[in-house]
Design a protein around this ligand. Sequence first.
Ligand code: MN
Length: 470
Amino acid sequence: MTTRHRYKPMLAKEAKAPFTDIDWIFEVKWDGFRALAYIAHGAVSLRSRNNKELLGNFPELQELTQQSKRMILDGEIVLLNKGKVDFQTLLERGQATAPTDITLKATRSPAVYVVFDILEKDGKPLAHLPLMERKRILKESLRETKHVLLSDYVEEEGEAYYEAAIQKDLEGVVAKRKGSAYTAGLRSGDWLKIKKRRSCDCVIFGYTQGTGTRANTFGALMLGLYGKKEQAVFVGKVGTGFLQATLKTLLAEFKKIETDTAPFEADVAEKVTWLKPVLVCEVAYQVVTRDGRLRMPRFLRLRKDKQPKDCTLDQLGEAKALLEYTAKRNFAKTAEPKPETPSNNETSKIFVIQEHHARRLHYDFRLERGGVLKSWAVPKGIPASPDEKRLAVQVEDHPTEYAQFEGEIPKGEYGAGRVIIWDKGTYKTKVWSEKMVEVVLAGEKLKGRYVLVPLKKAGEKNWLMLKAKD
Ligand code: MN
């Protein structure tokens, strides 16, 4: 890092629930690219968490040079579309490389830089000052322009603010302690992120056969909800979030309620054992996809206090309209359009590479697939050019939530050491077979085709990872 770009953003710890406290302020948690802006003498540099220059992809933020003061700011590059945060389009903007494409995208979907902190003004460091003092200086120093906005906040009323943010479909809120200094590069308990959690109560209509460590229990639960006229609608399957003991208890219950009747047609590859609709479970999820499935579902608990018939589509809010449409139609017989169900190859799924400072430093390469993260540990790092081949050791599937994980695994625990997200983004599958996995990554750092091939002669779990020629 050059001395000119010497700061790293302060990071927030995760908190489970919003709270109300006079010593704290609450801000919107923006779903965008975190960026530090270095403004001096009519020039600006916008640096990502990895100290990558972002200005090239966001030329409209050159506007920051209009600020009259020399400043180092902290904020988030956000793309708003009809009043909603559009992270997908922002990702595409961040990945554009051709100058004409960048210009076109900047005109069509301009971004804004939402500023929430100030680290230096006119060469004077401010990071050591209490947050509220920095907020005061920021407010008197920053001039709002077309693409530069000052982040709003409220004092004390975290719960009410959180509810309002969720109503507006925002990702959540960040709580910040009023008296705290800016601790650059550290994940501090003085900043807490509180993300929305969506959950719904679903009927368990069946389960899929398990493999590997789950061969003796089950793979995933088939979830359904009731639409109008008590018609059951498939909303997806959930395969993560179970304690070992829960797997066994559930399986014992299942044995008593097996049935031959399928309540709906479900497009799953595995063998399904159907169940009478008597069990209800609560499932957390991120969003409902366009084809009516819960995205990244996670089992929370069995609900013995709720009747299956009360598990209706109404819980899904706006998303339920499309599900009812789907439930009423048999698309094998009608030519009416089926809501967009992208094939496996076309759907963007997430990938993450975590830098893991375990006993030996390695990089964990993870690809979202079938509701889990398929994972490989790459000791020597991700190949940078087509002539590098790297050993990649396949490890156990990780839950999809693991893609968000950063932090310190305590001493003495499995994998003890620091985990940092090295890169993340989406990917598309070209090939996925036992003989080869080929994906196209669209990350912040890595872009393009990568190939994994098993190296059986060197051991069951060993693969080679290669960067393909584009
Ligand atoms: Mn690891």
